[in-house]
Ligand binder design. Sequence first.
Ligand code: CA
Ligand code: CA
Length: 375
Amino acid sequence: MRPLLVLLCLCVLGIACSSEAASDESGSAESAQAGSPQAPRQIGRAAFRPRALVSGLASPTHAVGIKGEPRRLYIVEQQGRIRVFESGRMRAAPFLDVRFLVSAGGERGLLSVAFHPEYAENRLLYVNYTDRDGHTNVVEYRSNGARAIPSSARRLLFIRQPYSNHNGGQLVFGPNGRLYVGMGDGGSGGDPQNRAQNMQSLFGKLLSIDVVTKGVRIEGLGLRNPWRFSFDRSTGDLLIGDVGQHEVEEINFTAKSSPGLENYGWDVFEGPTKFEDKPLGPGKLVQPIAEYSHREGCSVTGGHVYRGSNKALRGRYIYGDFCSGIVWSIKLTDGKANDLRREDFRIPQLTSFAEDGAGELYAISGGGTLSRLTP
Ligand SMILES: [Ca+2]
Ligand SMILES: [Ca+2]
C-alpha cells in the first residue's frame, strides 16, 4: 500500500490527524498539490446531517429533481418503477412502470432517469435499464406532465452485456446538451477482454448521445464501472466515481473546458496503482483527485457538488461508499481536492446521492430510505 493511502486510512480511523491540522485548508491544498496522486490527506469536521424523508421504497437506485419543479423528486426503483415524491408525500400512481421490461437484482435493473434540459417544454425523459436478457437499453419517453406515456418509448442505445455486472447505469445531460451514459467494462473481473482501453468497444467508456440523431460519441475511456457521475450545475465540470477492483475506489475530475479525450486509466491502472502491464490506449491519462482503499469500503458511489442555499458548503463535492456507508466530502479548487471531511453518519447500501431543483442534496439507501442531507 502506498504511503499516501496509509496516511489516509489512519486519518479516517482517527489516528495521526489532529482536528487542528484538519481545519487548515491551505495546508491540505498544498499537500494535495505536492503529492502524486492528488489525494486529500486530512480529515475535517462533518458538513451534512441526514434527515429521513421517505422510507419503504423498493430498492431505490436513483432520484432527481428538476429546476422548474422545486417541491418534487423523481425516485427510481430498481425493479422498474419511477415514483414521485411531492410536497412531503409519495404520489400513489407511479410516474413510469416498466417492470415487465426489466431484469432486476445485483447491478441490474432500472438504474437511472434523466430529464431533458428543456423538459418543461418538450416533456422528454430518458431511462437506463437492463432488459429481460440483461442487456443495456437507453430509452426516451415523453410525459403528459403527470406520467410517462408508455407508447412514446424510443430506444436510443442498445448494448449487449457479456456479464451480469458492471452495467454502468447513469444518465445525465452534459452542459453541451448531449445525454451522457456511463458504461462499465462489460463485467467479470479485471476486464478480461480488455475492453476499457479499446476504442473499438463501447464498454469501459463515458459515452454521449445526441438525442435527436441517436449519434453516439466516446467522451472518455478507461473506466471500470462509472456507476454514478455528475456535472457541477454551476461550473459544468464533470465528476466521476469509478468503482475499483480489489484495492482502490476513486473520484475523477474533468474540467468543462477540457478539449478531451480523457483516459481514466483502467485496466492499466486501478486508482493510481499499476494494474496490468501493457500500453495505455489513446487520450490524456487522468489520475483520480480522491481515492480510498478497501479498508474503508468496496464500491464508490459518486455524488454531487453542493450548490444549495448554505454558502459555506457551496463547492464541496460529496461522495460515499455503497458497502461501508461512509460519506465524505471534499472542497474543489481548480480541479484539486482538499479539506477532506468524513461525515459522522453512514448510509447503509448507499446507491446514490440526488440533487433537487434548488441544488439541495439527498442520499439514497437501497434498503428503502431517501434522506435529505441538511448542511
Ligand atoms: Ca484486463
Ligand atoms: Ca482510474
